[in-house]
Design a protein around this ligand. Structure first.
Ligand code: EPS
Length: 392
């Protein structure tokens, strides 16, 4: 299971091609659109979100509501394209060097990218480094989530911290946490901190600043045995970290206790193992369990049957209304980088994007372990494995 995305932020569309999805999976544009809308509606977004109303078009690989096993092409059109047709045209006749962008913005890919690709126009970099690309990754994630849902695996993204404000995960079933987050413009599971978080965003907006935060992704129902200890690039935590780090503006990833584990003695970190055969009668896949989950559901790069809990830190958006110092690439003169349109905070959107990339990596590991060409074949493999686990 692999995918690629293509498309510029102000180009005609974003495209993804997914390869390796089995046949027989129910997929509809409507379900994908639900996640596209979630990504757009977080508190703190800028003017661009008033222009876009993202919807997906399925261009291949799905027939009559089901995947047929061939590559799936997804497309999300950019409504803003109508304002950019000439400036972003593939046609050489539209070339206009007067509109070149030579002022690279701190914190963006602008300068390093222009130097690497030998561009004198930063637009050739910023169009693709833009987080607009995440729209189509969320669409890919929705397909991955549809596969996982067929095996009762759920993936949920939440805002766990915003600036210096930390949310507390309430002791509630995950379904309730999802309900709470769905009704929150900040996608947080802690209703108590929401007003303070909003106030922080408003305050940043007023002072021309931006706010970052931490998103938390919780996976339930993942069986023991996804990923492997035997090779570095098969470790599930490594693959999840790569997926998350590939999201624009993410600067750090941690699992379970994360960096806090380094600050505690081992006796306060490792999750002790218990066994109770009664659990089997209650429909659990295994009699083995842990009373704590400091490991975040992963040991040795392998899922251990507990909830997978991973967090990603997002830096504040680097496009500020308040000017930041930079140097013009052409004149080499200093200038102060300002902007006409930007998001103040995109952490809620990042929770939806992180949910998508985690779903993609879990689905990829799942298909590697139970892989087959049709959903029915995977179901047989999965049922056999679960039966084996019960007897282990
Ligand atoms: C982005 C800058 C803004 C954001 C954009 C990401 O776009 P624009 O430059 O057109 O105002 O709105 O995010 C999206 C368009 C989106 O769909 O998330 C950037 O520089 O990364």
């Amino acid at each position: 299971f692999r995918y690629l995305t293509a498309g510029e932020s102000h180009g005609p569309q974003l495209t993804a091609i997914i390869e390796g999805m089995p046949s027989g999976l129910k997929i509809s544009e409507e379900t994908i659109n639900v996640d596209l809308a979630r990504r757009q509606c977080g508190y703190g977004r800028g003017g661009r979100m008033l222009i876009e109303k993202d919807t997906v078009q399925i261009l291949s690989g799905v027939r009559w509501g089901e995947s047929i096993g061939s590559p799936i092409t997804l497309c999300v059109r950019n409504k803003d394209w109508s304002n950019w047709e000439e400036r972003m045209s593939p046609d050489a006749r539209h070339r206009d060097d007067k509109i070149r962008v030579t002022r690279s913005r701190p914190g963006h890919a602008d300068l390093a990218g222009a130097m690497k690709y030998n561009h004198r126009d930063v637009r050739n970099i910023l169009e693709r480094s833009s987080a607009r690309e995440t729209a189509v990754r969320v669409a890919v994630g929705a397909v991955a989530k549809a596969l996982l849902a067929a095996f009762d695996i759920t993936v949920s993204g939440f805002v766990a911290e915003l600036g210096s404000i930390r949310a507390e995960r309430p002791e509630l079933p995950l379904a309730r946490l999802r309900e709470q987050a769905a009704g929150s413009e900040l996608f947080t599971y802690d209703a108590a901190v929401e007003p303070r978080m909003k106030a922080l965003i408003d305050q940043a907006k007023d002072s021309g600043d931006t706010v970052g935060g931490v998103v938390e992704i919780i996976v339930t129902g993942a069986p023991v045995g996804l990923g492997s200890h035997v090779q570095w690039d098969r470790k599930l935590d490594a693959r999840l970290a790569m997926g998350l780090m590939s999201i624009q503006a993410i600067k750090g990833v941690e699992f379970g206790l994360g960096f806090d584990a380094a600050r505690r003695p081992g006796s306060q970190v490792h999750d002790e193992i218990y066994y109770d055969s009664i659990r089997l009668g209650q429909g659990e896949a295994s009699g083995f369990f842990r009373k704590t989950n400091n490991a975040g559901g992963l040991e040795g790069g392998i899922s251990n049957g507990e909830e997978i809990v991973v967090r990603a830190a997002m830096k504040p958006i680097p496009t500020l209304y308040r000017p930041l110092k930079s140097v013009d690439m052409q004149t080499k003169e200093p200038f102060e980088a300002t902007v006409e349109r930007s998001d103040v905070c995109a952490v809620p959107a990042a929770a939806v994007v992180a949910e998508a990339v985690v779903a993609i990596e879990i689905a990829a590991a799942f298909l590697e372990k139970f892989g087959g060409d049709s959903l029915a074949e995977i179901q047989r493999n999965y049922d056999g494995y679960r039966e084996y686990l019960r007897a282990f």
